[in-house]
Design a protein around this ligand. Structure first.
Ligand SMILES: *Cc1c(COP(=O)(O)O)cnc(C)c1O
Length: 385
């Protein structure tokens, strides 16, 4: 089943690299040309055709990590998501999406799909029946995200791919939170795998990029729309992303280990109410996560006890940064109620279990002793405030 020929870190480091024939340098040269020859060439190259040497090389690396045939690199995660989804939908079609989904994806659907005549439904839960009862005769795509943001809910990949096959749908996953290091959805039969490379692939909070990987057949369909929409990534950033990805395997493994330690520490803490982390046995999705993830990831969320101010807590941290994004080598926290889920409104957030005091924690590669010391000093200060 697994067609991977090399180890994960070898793929991260080497697959897709461009040989420097001219100077024999150790890393891929960067080709910044936005104009290439059209005569006597096999391929007419152009950045917006997604086929410059650096774009093609990096797409190979991500496809290899995801055990897929082909890929495209995009200018952002949302460029990847919007292009992939729209490639398989026409006016009159319907898409079923997981209810717990990245805010930007939710906004794309509710703000844009009506004008294209595309119908949509969001699931209320994550069980088979929650999805299946929404499928209609015009449903074409089923779209999920696991682990989800911010409560790290787990959706069963085998169940989704079985549903997709039964109803002849294209299955798509946003695999950003897990990264290909922890979860390879193609091995469970998911058709299209999408990433915000801004997160674990970039890993240093200094770039915005996206990627889609799948079969050759599906990538051709996505490419057809992608060249019309034009959401390609600058080759300079493609090259930086290739560099970042060489360390993705070791970064993410360090983050997995740190997150497990931090989740256990927070879970045992008297000042912490609830911890949501799929690596904890008591997490709702732990058993399914064990069957489809090789690591539980670096993301979690938690609530302080009643009476402790989450806003003040985050301001009082000295090492861990309150910050909008996630998945960098540095640890960050944020309040979903003020950021990713602000637009939902208080009622909707409450019904989804996202309290105002919920803190999302992206665990970095620092020593956990230092992270714990930081949390302890912040808790002491806010309790005495
Ligand atoms: C950040 C994120 C996106 C969007 O990616 P951008 O690079 O910001 O466009 C999509 N899905 C998930 C799960 C994300 O965390």
């Amino acid at each position: 089943m697994n067609k991977k020929t090399k180890g994960v870190n070898t793929i991260c480091t080497h697959v897709g690299e461009i040989k420097d024939e001219q100077f024999k340098g150790a890393v891929s040269p960067l080709f910044m040309s936005s104009s290439y020859a059209f005569q006597d060439v096999d391929v007419k190259r152009y950045p917006r055709y997604f086929n410059t040497p650096n774009q093609e090389g990096l797409a190979k690396k991500i496809a290899a990590l995801e055990n897929c045939e082909a890929g495209l690199i995009f200018g952002s995660g949302m460029a990847a998501i919007s292009t992939a989804v729209m490639a398989f939908l026409e006016a009159g079609d319907h898409i079923v999406l997981q209810g717990d989904i990245y805010g930007g994806t939710y906004n794309l659907v509710v703000e844009q799909f009506n004008k294209f005549g595309i119908e949509y439904s969001f699931s209320k839960g994550m069980q088979s029946d929650d999805f299946e009862k929404l499928i209609k005769s015009n449903t074409k795509v089923i779209y999920i995200e696991t682990p989800s943001n911010p409560l790290l809910k787990i959706t069963d990949l085998k169940m989704i791919s079985a549903l997709a096959k039964k109803h002849n749908l294209i299955s798509m996953i946003d695999n950003t939170f897990a990264s290909p290091i922890n979860q390879v959805p193609a091995n469970f039969g998911i058709d299209i795998i999408i990433h915000s490379a801004t997160k674990y692939m970039g890993g240093h909070s200094d770039m915005c990029a996206g990627a889609v990987v799948c079969s050759e057949e599906h990538i051709n369909k996505i490419f057809h729309l992608a060249k019309n929409l034009g959401g390609s990534l600058s080759d300079y950033t493609v090259w930086l992303l290739e560099r970042s990805m060489k360390t993705m395997g070791i970064r993410v493994k360090a983050q997995n280990e740190n997150a497990q330690k931090m989740a256990e520490y927070l879970d045992a803490h008297n000042d912490i109410n609830t911890v949501y982390y799929p690596g904890l046995k008591k997490h709702d999705g732990h058993e399914i996560a064990k069957t489809q993830m090789s690591g539980f990831g670096g993301m979690m969320s938690f609530e302080l006890n009643d009476g402790l101010n989450a806003d003040l807590f985050q301001k009082t941290l000295q090492l861990i940064k309150p910050s909008m994004s996630l998945a960098g080598v540095e640890s960050t926290v944020l309040s979903p109620s003020e950021t990713s889920h602000a637009l939902l409104g208080a009622e909707e957030r409450k019904s989804r279990g996202i309290s105002d005091g919920l803190i999302r924690f992206s665990v970095g590669i620092e020593e956990t002793d230092d992270l714990i010391e930081d949390i302890e000093q912040a808790l002491t200060k806010i309790k005495n405030a």
